[in-house]
Write a protein that binds this ligand. Structure first.
Ligand code: CP
Length: 319
């Protein structure tokens, strides 16, 4: 089937979703990111790979980590960066998303980074732009958040290099999570043998097993002997109706505490894509504890986003 993310030579043209991307492309991104991790630690945190290129961040939905790390990544590649503040843009006067994009193309934009509450928004823009312009999905509805999935597997690979010998548990609101979908596709494509999802029935998609995961409703059983615990936020903004009794009850059953974490392997790492709701899905003692790699995930997000942008621009010469 034709993959809109790949060109006729099988090279990455847009990054819209991890689903359908071959393992070789995922490894290309992860290996390229390795070469960028050192750039942020230099006194001059810049390489000239995107010099002369213009990257436009258009975030129709709030963001702290993704927007900032995309902006830093583009700047560290020496691109010119425009971050459109949608709240104060002409969108509020009724301009369509495609008219906004066309105006930025008229200003010679080379790459768009798009976040939108509607699933499919980045695909829609990718179908519209000329062939030499690249689109990166920075999160669309509950569909996909590919760079988050990539930075999560990059983080896992850094702490647990043998991906073929891992048990990973994803805990919480899988139903509304674009991050969970992207993580599951990335982990299974990279050959992680056991991916578990742990959640109440109301927070799991129907047929979730078809994604290649094992389902647990009991958190204590699901955490037994895992190497990686990925916690998810309750995405109240995407919920309709009452799916849970209360956040206190949820924390009792599905909140990650030291006591529950003790069921995982002693060297298990704890991850969370952010934003965290402390005391709802994770206890502060765990979020700030010595097994937490939540802040390194953010740091690695810069290298991974640098890798994606430099691959799309066709320039990954050693950093
Ligand atoms: N993980 C993530 O997407 O965070 P932001 O919403 O802050 O970008």
């Amino acid at each position: 089937m034709n993959n809109p993310q790949l060109d006729r030579n099988g090279q990455l043209k847009h990054l819209l979703s991890i689903e359908g991307l071959p393992r070789a492309i995922l490894n290309q991104i992860l290996d390229t990111a390795e070469s960028f991790t050192g750039v942020s630690e230099r006194e001059v945190k810049k390489v000239p790979l995107l010099r002369g290129k213009t990257v436009c961040n258009i975030f129709f939905e709030n963001s702290t980590r993704t927007r900032t790390t995309f902006e830093l990544a583009a700047k560290r590649l020496s691109a010119d960066v425009v971050s459109l503040n949608v709240g104060t843009s002409s969108q509020s006067k009724g301009e369509t998303i495609l008219d906004t994009v066309d105006n930025l193309i008229a200003m010679h934009a080379d790459m768009f980074v798009i976040r939108h509450a509607q699933s499919g928004a980045a695909h829609f823009i990718a179908q519209h732009v000329p062939a030499d312009i690249h689109v990166i999905n920075a999160g669309d509805g509950r569909h996909s958040h590919p760079t988050q999935g990539l930075l999560d597997v990059f983080t896992i690979r850094r702490y647990k290099p043998d991906m073929h010998n891992l048990r990973v548990a994803i805990v919480g609101d899988v139903l509304h999570s674009r991050v969970a979908r992207s993580e599951i596709h990335a982990l299974t494509t990279l050959g992680v043998p056991e991916v578990r999802v742990i959640a109440p029935k109301t927070l799991l998609p129907t047929d979730v097993e078809k994604l290649g995961v094992q389902v647990y409703h009991d958190m204590r059983a699901g955490l037994k002997d895992v190497d990686v615990v990925m916690m998810l936020r309750l995405q109240n903004e995407r919920m309709s109706g009452a799916l849970l009794p209360s956040s206190q009850e949820y924390f009792k059953c599905y909140g990650l505490t030291q006591d529950k974490l003790a069921l995982a392997r002693p060297d298990a790492i704890v991850m969370h894509p952010g934003p965290m709701n402390r005391g709802v899905e994770i206890d502060s003692a765990v979020a700030d504890g010595n097994q937490s790699v939540i802040l390194p995930q953010v740091t690695y997000g810069i290298a991974v986003r640098m890798a994606v942008m430099s691959i799309l621009a066709g320039n990954t010469e050693a950093a």
